[in-house]
Design a protein around this ligand. Sequence first.
Ligand code: AMP
Length: 412
Amino acid sequence: MAFKSLGLSEPILQGVTAMGYNDPTPIQLRAIPLILAGRDVIGSAQTGTGKTAAFALPILSQLVGHEARPRVLILEPTRELAAQVETAIRDFCRFTNLTVAVFYGGVGYGKQTDALKEGVDILVATPGRLLDHMSRGLAKLDGIQYLVLDEADRMLDMGFLPDVRRIIDRCPKKRQTSLFSATIPPQIESLIKWTMTDPETIEIGARRSVAATVKHVIYPVAEAQKTELLLELLNRVNYDSVIVFCRTKYGADRVATLLKRNNHAVAVLHSNRTQKEREHALDGFRHGRYEVLVATDIAARGLDISNVSHVVNYDVPQHPEDYIHRIGRTGRAESTGDAFTIMVAEDATHVFDIERFISQKIPREKLEGFNYTYTALFEAEKKAEANVRPQKIQAVRVRGGYFFGPAKRRRR
Ligand code: AMP
């Protein structure tokens, strides 16, 4: 089905065509008609599925003409995501006279204050900076008709929910709300109950799915050889662009230094970097000035970086959802991508959790010719697997019925 038949306004359709979109993605097909019909929508989909257009196109289609007061508020957890969504919205409404502004911290107030004074139709913001503008009496939310809470689970992770609630409190009760979240933990469930009216849930793919076009591999190695293995992997792989994920900012800096020393063009993205440095890193990576981006999860969450040929998990993610988000950087738009995870012995439980979460066993591979110092690693893995074989379940008769539990071992 084409965009034309979805009921979008003419100038927004022109914007979509100018973006080069031919067919709507599954989440767009399902969300656009619902939002156009005035429904509150909960979208559970990974980034890379086209979710920005899924909420933006139907909202923008309903705004008739520039009114110079905020009617749409889109909350984002990170500055990068806010900037990315603002750019997409600017593109979608380039054939309208609607105006959009983006607010995030780490930069001066001047431009943002000017935009508010001039009057904007659409606000894209991170919660902290928006609250700053509200407390200065500049950002008024009493005209908000459409509220979008994007990446709600990440807002929760980052401790933003109280700020988000304070912001929502200042929006009119009569409004249309959309919420996007890869997972719906109990706190988000209660946010939904509190902020949404009879919402319709759209789940695209399995909530725990990873792109079918990505080949996943785990490389077990001894802790002391992690960096050596990373260098060897990068040497052997014919990559165009690769993101290396690290658990900590310190780790990311260390890995970046190591890669630079080995003649890789590297940019680093983590939250200790200034906004300017982050923008420079992203821009350089997008335009091919850097071939490797070393990043932490929070900094890289949801970023629209296309053509990433490989993702390397230098550290195994501690939350299974983060594995999906990391891997979401590759295999986008149906190009194939490879996802490598370097695993040390202590990571076994996290890897097991990830495999359970994605309902997929990830193959272990040995890098042929690599000088492994600890050859028993692969044996250890096999043993660990044997330990997680399904246990025999035994029914034990108890008062009122049966209790099912692990079978007792017989004494010899
Ligand atoms: P998102 O999930 O919103 O971050 O979108 C991921 C990428 O897909 C962005 O680069 C979009 O420009 C692109 N995209 C979104 N919808 C479509 C579509 N219908 N056709 C082609 N590309 C799209």
